[in-house]
Design a protein around this ligand. Structure first.
Ligand SMILES: Nc1ncnc2c1ncn2[C@@H]1O[C@H](COP(=O)(O)OP(=O)(O)OP(=O)(O)O)[C@@H](O)[C@H]1O
Ligand SMILES: [Mg+2]
Length: 294
């Protein structure tokens, strides 16, 4: 594995059995995440984004394929167990719905402190308190919320607490699964900017999952577009938007609103003809670092 690769997913498959048929939620996905990069996973509802994230987190028993985290094959149960301490400290996830992800019976300060305690990161209560306060400041959460419970916070504030918790152990990789989808539009931009700033300051690698491309364009270094459990296109984000090659990517990009009312009034949203989808295709590098499924 390349030295600068933090996560490597190889031909990952996750099938679910349903009424004696299989749902191929993830059907042969391969990608790397480099140190310090923001990779976006985009695609419509049901394409397999969350399932991919859950497989990486070790929450699913995968059907086949391999997942390497810092060179360790964590898709192997024994390897996962052997490295579980490192994984719990260095691989964090932020969910869409922070309201249900945060323990309702815990105060905000304890929610943020929990991973620090579990990983023995602070040696004294005073150091722990200081660390929690610093994390709250970094994520724009007023210290008056320290002793409050999640239900006493707004959705945006709860997401800030979830983010503070996720960065508390200085992880190598954070996966955020649609972290802004349940928030008001005005709050969405704040949270995206917060992620962007924290990523720059802390340098963690970041998988940002989103169903639409407008945020992806703004935040990510590289984008993988998923459809029906596969990656149909993957490229540096600027290249993907300048030169989309797969019909599905073209359709997604055509739906991204631009701040130009005349253009918006006249624009045509492209439609992807799903009958074009080749079930037996593969992801091929057609230009340097630009992969297309065909
Ligand atoms: N535990 C499960 N059992 C059975 N089917 C599942 C399970 N989890 C996911 N699926 C199915 O796998 C497919 C992919 O689901 P997934 O949640 O990964 O999609 P997604 O891309 O995250 O969608 P969304 O944008 O709606 O969050 C869907 O058809 C879903 O119904
Ligand atoms: Mg999902």
């Amino acid at each position: 594995m390349e030295e600068n690769v933090i996560l490597s997913v190889k031909n990952l498959k996750q099938y679910f059995e349903f009424k004696s048929a299989y749902v191929k939620a993830v059907n042969g996905v391969s990608f790397d995440v480099k140190k310090g990069e923001i990779l976006a996973l985009a695609g419509e509802s049901g394409c397999g984004k969350s399932t991919t994230a859950k497989c990486i987190m070790g929450l699913n028993r995968i059907t086949s394929g391999e997942i390497y985290f810092k060179g360790n094959k964590i898709s192997d149960r024994n390897v996962y167990r052997a490295h579980s301490k490192d994984i719990h400290k260095n691989l964090q996830i932020v969910f869409q719905d922070s309201a249900s992800a945060l323990n309702p019976k815990m105060r905000i300060k304890d929610i943020i402190a929990e991973p620090l305690r579990a990983n023995n990161i602070c040696t004294s209560q005073a150091a722990l308190d200081k660390r929690v306060e610093s994390l709250m400041e970094q994520t724009g959460l007023d210290l008056i919320y320290k002793d409050r419970y999640p239900y006493e916070l707004s959705g945006g504030q709860r997401q800030r607490a979830a983010i503070a918790r996720s960065i508390s152990t200085s992880p190598d990789l954070i996966i955020a699964d649609e972290p802004i989808a349940s928030l008001d539009v005005s709050i969405q931009a704040q949270i995206v900017n917060l992620f962007k700033r924290l990523q720059r300051e802390h340098g963690f690698s970041f998988i940002f999952i989103a169903h639409d491309l407008s945020v992806v364009k703004y935040i990510s270094d590289r984008t993988a577009v998923m459809l029906k459990g596969r990656i149909v296109e993957m490229a540096p984000t600027t290249e993907l938007f300048k030169n989309p090659l797969h019909g599905y990517t073209k359709a997604l990009i055509s739906a991204v609103p631009l701040p130009d009312p005349i253009y918006e009034r006249n624009k045509k949203i492209l439609e992807y003809d799903f009958s074009e989808f080749n079930e037996n295709g593969r992801l091929t590098e057609v230009l340097p670092e630009h992969f297309v499924y065909k």
